[in-house]
Structures are given as C-alpha cells and as structure tokens.
Write a protein that binds this ligand. Structure first.
Ligand SMILES: Nc1ncnc2c1ncn2[C@@H]1O[C@H](COP(=O)(O)OP(=O)(O)OP(=O)(O)O)[C@@H](O)[C@H]1O
Length: 130
C-alpha cells in the first residue's frame, strides 16, 4: 500500500516504476480513500500502541494505492525492497529511504507474513482469492 503523502506528492508513478523494475508483477491495483474506521480495522493489531490514533488519522487523510504484487518469496523480498519502518534507519536505495519523511509517514506498507498478505488482499480486494 502506497501511503497518502505519496499520492499527495505525485510520487506514485516513481514508486510503481521501481516496484516493477525490482521484479514484482502487479496483479491488482486500486486508489482507495480509507475512512478512519477502515484504517482502524486495517491496523487493529496496533490498537494498544501509543501511535495508533495518529496512524489511523494519517492513513485516512487522503487516498492510498493498494496493490497485490506477485514474486517468488514476495513478502520477504518486498520488505527488503521497502526498508526499515523508520526511514532514517532504512538502507540506501530502499523506498522508505528515498521517499519516507518520518517513522509514521514512511511512504509504503508491506504485508509482514504470507497469512497477513492474504487477509490484506481480502481487505482491499474482497473475493479476489476465491
Ligand atoms: N513509533 C512510531 N511512531 C509513529 N508511527 C509509527 C511508529 N511505529 C510504526 N508507526 C507507523 O505504523 C505503521 C505500522 O507499524 P509496523 O510496526 O507494523 O511497521 P512496518 O511493519 O514496518 O510497517 P507497515 O506495517 O506499514 O509495513 C508504520 O509503517 C508507521 O507508519
């Protein structure tokens, strides 16, 4: 998921170019405006964290780009490609290093496990996996 500040900054194309150049195949793509309740559901795993409320406000502040990407070992490969949560700690050349502004506004989200990816695909593209 490409986060709202990137859509606002018109950097979606640059990031999608890098996604494709790094061997990921786009299987689904949609521009979506999350309501705050949607962001709360998507990030429910973080509901007890101090940043949860701010995170949900931010993630519903403008449209995001949701994508289903395919590659061998996609989850791990994508996490390596996007870099550490905090852009300041992300490796050179990663998406978060290049485009992230802060630990919160870090440009992009990637599923953290195959099982989470299935849930997140169902969240954005209901029925796609049936
Ligand atoms: N300490 C923090 N302060 C503010 N926001 C944070 C903090 N830690 C994480 N976040 C925000 O919450 C999101 C989810 O945090 P998580 O720990 O799952 O990181 P991640 O797995 O690297 O990111 P994502 O799940 O978005 O791919 C982060 O991407 C970031 O936007």
């Amino acid at each position: 998921m490409i986060k709202p500040e990137i859509v606002e900054a018109k950097q979606v194309g640059e990031i999608i170019t890098q996604i494709e150049q790094n061997g990921f195949t786009i299987r689904a793509l949609e521009l979506v405006q999350l309501e705050i309740e949607d962001a709360e559901e998507f990030y429910a795993v973080h509901q007890d964290r101090p940043f949860y409320k701010d995170l949900c406000t931010y993630m519903s502040s403008g449209p995001v780009v949701a994508m289903v990407l395919e590659k061998d070992n996609a989850v791990a490969e994508f996490r390596k490609f996007i870099g550490a949560t905090n852009p300041a700690e992300a490796n050179e050349g990663t998406i978060r290093k290049q485009f992230g502004k802060s630990i919160e506004e870090n440009a992009i989200h990637g599923s953290d496990a195959d099982e989470t990816a299935l849930e997140e695909i169902e969240f954005f593209f209901p029925g796609m996996l049936e």
